[in-house]
Design a protein. Structure first.
Length: 77
């Protein structure tokens, strides 16, 4: 899991299960110290991975390109 901080938000590499098997790469965002569930943002929607580890690795690479997080937890590229 990779992590970046953008002001009051953190973004971490994550995975989302794919219906029918496999995983999508994702980035989860949440206000630091905030309550509530993180917001999951699916990445590379046309690509799925056999294992969660491979999906997380792909998400970590995408996280390096992230420029920020908006006030609602959306990704800014």
């Amino acid at each position: 899991m990779a992590r970046k901080v953008f002001g009051p938000f953190e973004a971490v590499s994550a995975v989302m299960p794919r219906e029918g098997g496999g995983y999508y790469a994702a980035i989860a965002t949440k206000a630091i110290g905030g309550s509530g569930a993180p917001r999951f943002n699916k990445l590379l929607e046309k690509q799925s991975f056999e294992t969660a580890a491979k999906a997380d690795e792909a998400a970590a690479v995408q996280l390096t390109h992230l420029k920020g997080v908006d006030e609602e937890g959306g990704l800014l590229w």
